[in-house]
Design a binder for this molecule. Structure first.
Ligand code: BGP
Length: 467
């Protein structure tokens, strides 16, 4: 048996978000999922929408106690814009939400869990889409900054760790390219502008943080879904396709967040294709000056890219990034059959090396990693009253092996967060894929530690992994 020791003060934790756990209770505004579910419930797994939450709004004390029992020393969730702000234009506060988030933060601290707050987890208020076009509009960028300032004023005395967005590329891809998030458009030009506006919003929020943060220990970053793009072959065409996929999917937000500049090569391609975003020199200066303190990396599966069979030119559609690359599933690789995602833990090592070699070894942590499994009650063992999720324990171990290897080689990785502490609602997939250390019987609202929760507690308490 080998023991892998991790650094002291390593963040052992799990991640979730407000819109996926709190439920609708007392929220003054609908986010895009609340709205879409009301309009088209059949788009959601079994017609179950975000109202059917694990009830964090009412049950947060019990939930935080369960997180403690699973050994977590840090938890990321998010503050909902649609809950905290009463009047989206003027930024007046919803007093019930101020009380709620204060109580939640205090409870985390009381239980010895570091609360990490994210400000945007795909949950833009739907009214701002209908009035302004959502993230297409720079007015919305400024309204988001106003919301962020309120958060820093209210909570930064106790919350030291902040993130501006979770996976901004998913907002671009889901809402403006591949139709898996409202407003469900396919519009390359808008997608490019939304990407730019999200980056501008992140930089402006960082600038606001530098002004309003009340805690000398305070830090702010962004959470990106970074997936290496492995080319299908050595051919120039496949290498070029993977290179573009990397520029678009990873480096757009990564370079701008860490180095303060978009990759020049990507900017040139977008300009040549007549889809470059509208920017001003003042905005680009804000992006340049307001880079992140540290980075969160969400990693579930690698991307494999090859040259596209058909270009969007030949398909006579407007500009799409897929004119340059196509994602494909490699034959013979390990798959999580339930989720349809490849399992390739070594990618975490490749991500760490990339950060070390190309991004000044900026401090980072694994902010989401996890294994979604459907019908998890198949693994319920009545004798121990546990879901025996050995596959999840194995998944965590294999990924941590590569995190440890990267740290041993000098990577500045300071934590590992599993998605997610307690099974939670997930966008259109609702409760199909269960990811938690703690299971939820949604109908009866019973929450039970899975086998992986006991494993995670040992891991976190000892900060070491037995292999
Ligand atoms: C990530 C998101 C999470 C969560 C997770 C699992 O990309 O940041 O919010 O949804 O994916 O997603 P799913 O349940 O759809 O498999």
């Amino acid at each position: 048996m080998t023991t892998l020791n991790f650094p002291q003060n390593f963040w052992w934790g799990a991640a979730t978000s407000g819109p996926q756990t709190e439920g609708r209770f007392n929220k003054p505004h609908a986010n895009i999922f609340d709205y879409e579910f009301e309009m088209t419930p059949d788009k959601y797994w079994h017609g179950i929408g975000p109202d059917t939450a694990s009830n964090f709004y009412n049950d947060y004390k019990n939930d935080i106690a369960l997180m403690k029992a699973a050994g977590l020393n840090s938890v990321r969730t998010s503050i909902q814009w649609t809950r905290l702000i009463d009047d989206l234009e003027t930024g007046t506060l919803n007093p019930d939400a101020v009380r709620f988030y204060n109580d939640v933060i205090d409870e985390f601290i009381k239980q010895g869990i570091r609360p990490i707050m994210n400000l945007h987890h795909f949950d833009v208020p739907v009214d701002l889409i209908h009035t302004y076009g959502g993230w297409e509009s720079k007015d919305v960028v400024d309204l988001f900054v106003q919301f962020a300032e309120k958060c820093f004023e209210l909570f930064s005395d106790r919350v030291t760790d902040w993130f501006t967005h979770n996976e901004p590329m998913v907002v671009v891809e889901g809402g403006y390219l591949y139709q898996f998030h409202y407003p469900d458009l396919v519009d390359g030009k808008k997608a490019v502008q939304v990407a730019y506006n999200l980056q501008l919003a992140s930089a402006k929020v960082i600038a606001a943080f530098r002004k309003h943060n009340k805690n000398p220990e305070g830090k702010i970053g962004v959470i990106l879904n970074l997936t290496p793009n492995y080319p299908a072959s050595e051919s120039e065409a496949d290498q070029g396709a993977a290179h573009f996929a990397d520029l678009w999917q990873n480096r757009l937000f990564m370079d701008a967040s860490v180095k303060g500049e978009f990759p020049a090569e990507l900017v040139d391609i977008l300009r040549k294709d007549n889809v470059l975003w509208e920017s001003t020199p003042e905005e680009l200066a804000i992006i340049k000056e307001n880079t992140i303190d540290y980075l969160g990396v969400n990693f579930y599966h690698p991307n494999r890219a090859r040259a596209p069979k058909y270009s969007s030119d030949s398909l006579a559609v407007d500009w799409l990034p897929n004119k340059y690359f196509e994602e494909y599933e490699k034959r013979g690789v390990r798959m999580n059959v339930d989720k349809g995602w490849e399992i390739y833990p070594r990618a975490l090592y490749d991500i760490a090396k990339n950060i070390q070699e190309n991004y000044g070894n900026i401090p980072w942590f694994v902010s989401e990693n996890g294994m979604g499994v459907s019908r998890e009650d198949r693994y319920y063992d009545s004798e121990s009253n546990q879901i025996k999720d050995d596959y999840r324990i194995q998944f965590i171990k294999e990924h941590l092996y590569y995190v440890h290897k990267a740290i041993a080689e000098g990577s500045n990785c300071f934590g590992y967060h599993l998605w997610t502490p307690i099974d939670c609602f997930s966008w259109r997939n609702s409760y199909r894929n269960r990811y938690g250390l703690i299971s939820v019987d949604i109908r009866r609202q019973i929450k039970t530690l899975k086998k992986s929760a006991y494993f995670f507690k040992d891991l976190a308490d000892s900060s070491s992994l037995e292999l």
